[in-house]
Design a protein around this ligand. Sequence first.
Ligand code: FES
Length: 80
Amino acid sequence: MSDVTRITPKPNGPLIVEGPVKIVTQDGRELPVPPRKDGRPAEVVVLCRCGGSATKPFCDGTHKRNGFSDAAPAGLAPTV
Ligand code: FES
């Protein structure tokens, strides 16, 4: 694993976090990263950005059903 943390927004989906990272609550308690679907330890952290996940801050796939879009609102130009 690299010593650099990389965060990639997935189109119309979550933030993919690769590299060393700790996810903590507002009071500093570390949250365990959910394992992969096959039960092995996760190599990436997948964070919800649609607001619909039942397992926030982690993505649970709800973005696929709630119509989440990361398109810029009408009238606003992208800043990148
Ligand atoms: S981005 Fe996947 S559930 Fe929110």
